[in-house]
Design a binder for this molecule. Structure first.
Ligand SMILES: NC(=O)c1ccc[n+]([C@@H]2O[C@H](COP(=O)([O-])OP(=O)(O)OC[C@H]3O[C@@H](n4cnc5c(N)ncnc54)[C@H](O)[C@@H]3O)[C@@H](O)[C@H]2O)c1
Length: 349
């Protein structure tokens, strides 16, 4: 199955399904006929997986980077860029990001800036990567001041989302991905009841279609694309607080799940949705095995401070909220109201 991301000269397909990774050579040959060399960026644990049998059809080199979020640093970017230069990668050649969202974010950014831009293809191996991170051309690394503070828009020449590789995901990484799936399901206004008859492959397809559609409307997040940040205002704040406690305290998607539960409560408190929508959100989260409860370590003061500092909040409390006419980005939400909803939400836990 192919889902097109139609962006004029920057158009590409997202290829989904079992064995999609084996399309790599054909994709490169079709989209990048002048490419001679491929630099595959991945981590050692991923390279050791049984499905790591990528064939680009070119002379290929593997560049190993730290696993997970540690890949997204300026130090790693510099190291990768030096390796690309040593390999003599030209602007006709291709960088391949093979990994979860952290690696495709790094590989995409390296491809965006090396020689002022070389082609990149993503082989998205995590659920977050397949439903979200590898699609849409947002690339970034982190600074100590915060996540994704340095980056660029750089669309890939293609994205391969192979369902076979998801079999080796840890339970936590699978659940983390389901947080983003819950977001897509709710943004599509689907009910909890219809989730039980929907396979993971169908859920991935729904998310990719949603993301591709939004990116086509708003490539650089000037408007509608911001709706994909549903659940992310509180989610990012929670992720930040969790990270200050321990590296592995919370996955992005777990924090987003809590953010979704909070956002619908806030929308309810503002009279934008009825209580049935709150129940639907909770049921969607629990049907996907997600908790959606605020952890005890997240105090209202710390959350509010962290939400105000989120780079997407534009220095005020901004949320994507459900309403009678669909979803809106709502700016300048009253701090008193937010605090009250957090306190009530906390007492539910
Ligand atoms: N660019 C975007 O639009 C966008 C969107 C959402 C998230 N992101 C970014 O994505 C990152 C999160 O992505 P993630 O959840 O994939 O995390 P990740 O890339 O850190 O991967 C999590 C873990 O899963 C492992 N893993 C990946 N695929 C695997 C597989 N098939 N089998 C076994 N293990 C596997 C990785 O090695 C890693 O240890 C964050 O940095 C976030 O900022 C970017």
């Amino acid at each position: 199955m192919r889902i097109p991301v139609d962006l004029g000269r920057r158009s590409y397909d997202v290829v989904l399904g079992p064995g999609a990774r084996h399309e790599l050579a054909e994709l490169i040959q079709t989209r990048l006929p002048r490419a001679r060399e491929a630099a595959i960026i991945t981590s050692a644990p991923l390279r050791a997986q049984p499905w790591f049998d990528l064939q680009s059809g070119l002379e290929q080199h593997v560049i190993e980077v730290p696993d997970g979020e540690d890949a997204k640093s300026l130090t790693t970017l510099e190291r990768v860029s030096e390796s690309l230069a040593r390999l003599g990668l030209s602007r006709y050649d291709v960088v391949i990001g093979a990994g979860g969202g952290a690696i495709t974010d790094l590989a995409g950014f390296a491809a965006a800036v090396y020689l002022r831009g070389v082609p990149v293809v993503h082989v998205a191996t995590s659920l977050v990567g397949q439903v979200d991170a590898a699609i849409g051309g947002k690339t970034a690394v982190n600074l100590s001041a915060g996540k994704n503070l340095i980056g660029a828009f750089h669309q890939p020449a293609g994205v391969l989302c192979d369902s076979e590789v998801l079999a080796t995901l840890s339970e936590r990484d699978r659940l983390g991905g389901l947080g983003e799936v819950a977001k897509c399901w709710l943004l599509e206004d689907r009910r909890a009841a219809s989730l039980s008859g929907t396979s993971l492959a169908e859920l991935v397809k729904l998310c990719v279609q949603l993301k591709a559609g939004v990116v086509m409307m708003d490539e650089t997040e000037a408007g509608r694309r911001a709706l994909l940040n549903y659940g992310h205002t509180l989610g990012h704040a929670l992720e930040k607080l969790a990270l200050e406690r321990a590296r592995d305290e919370m996955r992005h998607g777990e924090a987003v799940a809590v953010g979704l539960a909070f956002a619908v409560r806030l929308a309810h408190a503002m009279g934008r949705v009825g209580s049935l929508e709150v129940v639907n959100h909770d049921q969607v989260l629990s049907a996907l095995g997600l908790s959606g409860r605020l952890p005890a370590f997240a105090s209202p003061d710390a959350l509010i401070a962290a939400m105000g500092r989120d780079k997407k909040a534009h220095h005020d409390l901004t949320f994507v909220l459900a309403g009678a006419e669909g979803f809106d980005v709502v700016h300048h939400v009253s701090e008193t109201l937010v605090r009250g909803v957090i306190e009530r939400f906390r007492s539910e836990a």
